[in-house]
Design a binder for this molecule. Structure first.
Ligand SMILES: C[S@@+](CC[C@H](N)C(=O)[O-])C[C@H]1O[C@@H](n2cnc3c(N)ncnc32)[C@H](O)[C@@H]1O
Length: 269
């Protein structure tokens, strides 16, 4: 269990690449610095075509949110949101409905500072600077209680976030606390790096991220599967992200690096 007393506010560090801005740089965004753009160039040189893997993750988020909206979910708690640009949850939601709420949570101070102006004109979405390893602070924050009604079904999104939570911080127990905090009909979406199919690529990424503010840990598909606990895992089950409900007019992409794994599950009544 994480000692939340010791979860200090994260220091701002712009001398080393950070996960949020690396992701933004891979997606072609403008909220990143030279240190992240240089990192992206070096990773792409070591793993040609890896940029597509980052896009696969974002496409998984989009398909997940579209599925949830189509199935009546209107509240989203996006843990480890990064900078909500380039087709993020509130943008997907407002294409379908006026009735939605999104709370973004990230612990990287500059990410949150960059995100606030982007959300200034959207009263149905907000971002808070908080550490997801402290679920009670996240869920009881004024932003969460003001924006979300946790007595209503909520989608908890943990996309490309948990691989930044070290084993010592008991990530599986952490996910269980979020599972318990939401009512039946709620959903949990997870994507995570795995090294089981392509250990070379996953290991290379781990080595690169070791020099960032956010070291990364690949885990097994079985470990990722078990995060869903007693929730009902929805078809097609946990899978490589490109195999997870590909767009109907498209065959599943054939990823160069099969390192992204995840799925979506629903809490039963
Ligand atoms: C790669 S981005 C993922 C963005 C988005 N979830 C997606 O999948 O499109 C991972 C984000 O998780 C954040 N993060 C990592 N550990 C965190 C923690 N303990 N609490 C809150 N945010 C965290 C990082 O700052 C980063 O912005």
């Amino acid at each position: 269990m994480v000692d939340t007393q010791n979860l200090m506010s994260r220091e701002m560090d712009i001398d080393r690449p950070c996960a949020a801005r690396i992701y933004d740089a891979f997606l072609g965004g403008s909220h990143n610095f030279g240190v992240e753009r240089g990192f992206v160039e070096r990773v792409e040189a070591a793993l040609p075509g890896i940029t597509e893997t980052y896009r696969e993750n974002r496409a998984f988020v989009r398909r997940t949110v579209e599925y949830l909206l189509a199935h009546g979910i209107r509240q989203f708690l996006d843990l480890g949101s990064g900078i909500p640009t380039i087709g993020h949850v509130h943008e997907i939601a407002r294409r379908r409905t006026r009735d939605f709420r999104v709370l973004y949570v990230d612990n990287e101070p500059l990410t949150v500072a960059h995100s606030r102006p982007l959300l200034a004109d959207e009263p149905r979405a907000a971002i808070i600077e908080a550490d997801c390893r402290d679920p009670e602070s996240v869920l009881r924050s004024p932003a969460a209680t003001g924006l979300l009604d946790l007595d209503q079904p909520t989608a908890v999104l943990m996309s490309a976030m948990l691989h930044f939570v070290p084993d010592g911080d008991t990530p599986a127990a952490l996910v269980e606390r979020y599972r318990k905090a939401v009512v039946p009909g709620s959903h949990l979406a997870v994507s995570h790096i795995t090294g089981d199919y392509d250990p070379g690529a996953a290991g290379t990424l781990e080595s690169f991220y070791a020099e960032t503010t956010d070291p990364l840990i690949a885990r097994s598909p079985q470990w990722i599967d078990e995060l869903f606990g007693d929730f009902e895992v929805l078809p097609p089950g946990t899978s490589y992200l490109t195999d997870w409900r590909p767009d109907p007019d498209q065959a599943a992409a054939r990823p160069r690096y099969r390192i992204l794994y995840g799925g979506l599950a629903r809490k039963l009544g």
